[in-house]
Design a protein around this ligand. Structure first.
Ligand SMILES: Nc1ncnc2c1ncn2[C@@H]1O[C@H](COP(=O)(O)OP(=O)(O)OP(=O)(O)O)[C@@H](O)[C@H]1O
Ligand SMILES: [Mg+2]
Length: 425
């Protein structure tokens, strides 16, 4: 006969094969994320190389076209010299027309300034209809000023120490070609961005399907042994030879396992959200947690919210998030330290912030970027799933935000949960 319940400390031990498998799975999850960033960088590099190639090629084209245009203007200069020095006055218009046509092929705007500094010939300059001579002169002078900045003039030797000058600017085609690579680059970047969005949203959807399937299957598999355990509890209870406190202890654990199973099955379905008194839920849950972790961890809750402040919550899932963050905090402080939870509503933001600050070892900037990736863990037996799930629960189901507000090596870390506040009437 057992007179006294044996003092047993339930200890959770994983079979060595299970540990090995868990480590493999964790590594493969982490690898998936490394691969993802590899593809991101590879696509970025290809885009960069294409852009450099395109810029280089267009630059060559621009250079060549610029040289051709300069030759055309020189031809124009030659033509003018020929015309001005021609003894055959009657042929002036015919020759001038031939030269103009040649330059017109490239549509290069050009102005001839004679030896007395008068701009008396021009080509490819458009004027509005019905324009006064003064207005026309003003436009020519403006264009001339721009051309002087653009290219050095081409001299037209007229003999007897007389020199005129032709000023010109790039043709419309050349100007467009200069901007073309930037246009091309923007289009390419835009297409790259769209492709990346499509790619990553498809990956996310796939990951979500895997999570949901895994969680549902786990909940389903746990169902049968749980009901069998419940039956065993009843059996122990009915046997007067067995200390009733054993049945009680086992029942507590079974209830806890049932709660975990419910949480897992909740992951699959769209959880129902209810208006809940958030400060009360947090305070009660911290109270519950405090009793279950080492007495060397001191918890404190500072509530700055109005008592009637509610938030749309799924209580079960939300408590799970708090539990995960606090468990990590306890791990980070090696079981000794403080956890401060502050609830506040920033003015004009319709949000409720729940800050969970610990006095643990903190984390490096590099790790801070990875902690929400599935499979990332710095713990010997960590799965690297706690924060991933917590983030999904807050961001996908509660449309809130979960992030590291601050962290300092050796000092501690603060996580912030930001939720949408319901309006207080
Ligand atoms: N409060 C904290 N202080 C310092 N580091 C932290 C803190 N919380 C999380 N981390 C880091 O983030 C990592 C990922 O945390 P996460 O909860 O996702 O996984 P885990 O705790 O390692 O494993 P598990 O899946 O069992 O939760 C941790 O391994 C730890 O390095
Ligand atoms: Mg964790």
């Amino acid at each position: 006969m057992i007179s006294k319940a044996p003092k047993f400390k339930p200890r959770f031990r994983l079979h060595p094969v299970a540990i090995l498998n868990s480590q493999r799975l964790r590594r493969s999850l982490a690898d998936t994320y490394d691969q993802k960033s590899f593809y991101k960088y590879a696509i970025g590099l290809i885009l960069l190389l294409l852009s450099i190639g395109s810029l280089y090629y267009t630059d060559k084209l621009v250079e060549e076209l610029e040289q051709r245009e300069e030759r055309e203007v020189q031809l124009y200069a030659e033509g003018l010299r020929y015309v001005f020095n021609s003894p055959f006055d009657e042929n002036f218009n015919v020759v001038y027309q031939v030269i103009q046509d040649a330059v017109n092929f490239y549509q290069i705007p050009a102005i001839y300034v004679n030896e007395n500094n008068l701009a008396n010939q021009y080509i490819n300059i458009s004027f509005p209809k019905k324009i006064s001579p003064q207005e026309k002169e003003r436009i020519i002078q403006e264009k001339l000023a721009d051309m002087k900045l653009e290219h050095p003039p081409i001299p037209v030797e007229l003999g007897k120490n007389r020199t005129g000058y032709i000023y010109y600017s790039n043709s419309f085609l050349l100007t467009q070609l200069r901007y073309y690579p930037f246009l091309q680059l923007s289009v390419m970047l835009f297409i790259g961005y769209l492709a990346y969005l499509a790619f990553s949203s498809e990956r996310k959807a796939e990951q979500n399907r895997v999570w949901v399937g895994l969680a549902k299957e786990t909940a389903h598999q746990l169902g049968t042994p749980l009901s069998s355990l419940m039956a065993w509890v009843e059996y122990f209870r009915s046997d007067p030879a067995i200390d009733p406190s054993i049945a009680e202890e086992i029942e507590k654990d079974v209830i806890r396992l049932e709660m975990i199973t419910t949480r897992f099955s909740n992951i699959g379905s769209v959880p129902t959200l209810k208006e809940e008194p958030v400060s009360e839920i947090v305070a009660n849950f911290i109270d519950y947690l405090e009793k279950r972790v080492s007495s060397k961890v001191k918890f404190s809750v500072y509530n700055q919210l109005a008592k009637e402040q509610t938030v749309l919550l799924n209580k079960n899932l939300f408590e799970w998030v708090i539990e995960n963050i606090c468990k990590n905090a306890v791990d980070a402080m090696g079981g000794i330290g403080e956890i401060h939870v502050t609830l506040q509503a920033p003015p004009l933001m319709k949000e409720v912030w729940i800050d969970i600050r610990d006095t643990g070892k903190g984390m490096s900037k590099a790790n801070m970027n990875k902690i929400f990736n599935p499979g990332f863990s710095t713990k010997k037996r960590g799965w690297g799933l706690g924060l991933t799930l917590a983030k999904r629960i807050i961001e996908n189901y509660h449309l809130g935000k979960l992030y590291v507000k601050s962290s300092e090596i050796g000092k501690g870390t603060t996580f912030r949960i930001s939720l949408r506040a319901t309006i207080i009437e």
